[in-house]
Design a protein around this ligand. Structure first.
Ligand SMILES: Nc1ncnc2c1ncn2[C@@H]1O[C@H](COP(=O)(O)OP(=O)(O)O)[C@@H](O)[C@H]1O
Ligand SMILES: [Mg+2]
Length: 381
């Protein structure tokens, strides 16, 4: 890195401070669009976000030189410094006008942070290409947990300014998992056909009318990663060997379906994604949860005609499974895999209802747990 940020001392100081925790239930209850609530929430974020970003920066500064020197990871570091500095430089929020200006700033920062996951994945891949034994799993876990939490706080604040029917801030009430998965299926099928010339059909079963209160972006993210994996494994295993295009006419006969089954349990909504993509050997079943572990190759990447970038949309960074697990566990859910080597894989995604007053929004609170882990991690040996 070319020198420390100008705010280095300030970062170090704030990184040692205790941040306030907030349960999702508390956040939902404070989600109101009157001017006082907005000013209060704006002021709270203005004080709290710098502490959270200072912690991340403090950890970045402790990474090996070769990691932060990577241009993609450096870019993420710069985004975090920028957020830290612009938010902590923002004056006190007193009037509606101050608050509106602060909301603009948060909106811009959210926009900048959108590319963070891709930049980290790309950077980590490059670094590990040179140093295959380097592993940053716990750093990445903490980075992404903090990212999930900061984005919820920031997005909820932006959304509470313009309340939408059926939403409490970022949480959508009675979201239909079926609808989310159907939309994802269309997109992934199109992408897969563009890459391979064929794609399996995706079939829906179970309790198709079931709904749940959840953050739609999270359901979309997890669903997308699991579906992409199932579709890719199935297509790789069953695609016609004699070149693309030929399978089009009879794709459903040649390629086994991917099944998505939705069920409503007492505590969870359970989404099971089954494929006949060959599964994975036992050893790999555990490794697949590590950041950067992938069987997608990048060999033809430099060939502009190979569709390397198209392929990367489908797989390639090895971040899908670990990030899906992080998102599911964030609200007390989970994801597990039952892979039958030589046949196929069942993935189970368990999601808690995010109802105000339920354990997933009050007791098993992620941001409490998060702050505890964060407090432990600061300058930990
Ligand atoms: N449904 C599945 N069937 C077979 N292999 C899978 C399945 N899901 C994941 N995998 C294996 O786990 C690896 C890691 O998956 P993931 O974390 O999503 O990263 P990526 O898809 O970028 O490779 C994949 O490359 C693949 O080898
Ligand atoms: Mg994947």
């Amino acid at each position: 890195m070319s020198g420390l940020p100008r705010s280095f001392r300030h970062i170090q100081m704030l990184a040692k401070q205790q941040s306030h925790t907030l349960t999702l239930g508390q956040l939902m209850r404070s989600t109101r669009s009157d001017s006082n609530s907005l000013i209060r929430q704006g002021q709270w974020l203005r004080n709290q976000l710098p502490i959270r970003f200072a912690r991340r920066l403090d950890e970045f500064l402790q990474l090996p030189y070769l990691v932060v020197h990577n241009q993609n990871i450096k870019q993420v570091f710069d985004i975090y410094v920028d957020t830290f500095e612009t938010v902590s430089d923002f004056p006190n929020i007193i009037t509606d006008r101050d608050e509106a200006a602060f909301a603009d700033l948060i909106r811009q920062q959210l926009e900048k942070h959108q590319q963070v996951a891709r930049l980290i994945a790309e950077g980590y891949r490059e670094v590990r290409h040179m140093y295959p034994h380097l592993r940053l799993d716990s750093f990445l876990d903490r980075l992404f947990i903090a990212r999930i939490s900061a984005r919820i706080l920031m997005e909820n604040y932006i959304r509470m300014r313009t309340p939408a029917e059926g939403f409490i801030g970022v949480v959508q009430k009675e979201l239909s998992p079926l609808q989310v998965f159907q939309e994802l299926s269309n997109e992934i099928t199109r992408l897969t056909e563009a890459i391979y010339g064929v794609a399996p059909d995706i079939e829906f079963r179970g309790n198709l009318t079931c709904t749940l209160d959840y953050i739609p972006r999270h359901v979309q993210f997890m669903g997308q990663e699991l579906l992409k994996n199932a579709v890719r494994a199935t297509t790789e295993r069953h695609k016609p060997r004699d070149g693309p295009g030929i399978g089009f006419a009879s794709r459903s006969e040649r390629i086994p379906k991917v099944a998505v089954e939705v069920q409503k349990g007492d505590v969870h909504v359970i989404i099971k994604i089954s494929d006949q993509g060959g599964g994975m050997p036992k050893r790999i079943q555990e490794e697949a949860w590590q950041y950067g572990w992938t069987t997608a190759d990048h060999e033809e990447e430099d060939d502009p005609y190979s569709g390397g970038t198209w392929r990367k949309e489908l797989a390639g960074y090895g971040f899908g499974l670990p990030l899906t697990r992080l998102h599911a566990q964030y609200f007390g859910g989970d994801v597990f895999m039952q892979a039958l080597p030589g046949h196929g894989t069942d993935m189970y995604l368990l999601l808690n209802h995010l109802k105000e007053g339920s354990p997933s929004t009050e007791e098993d609170d992620p941001s409490t747990a998060l702050t505890e882990t964060e407090n432990r991690s600061v300058n930990a040996p």
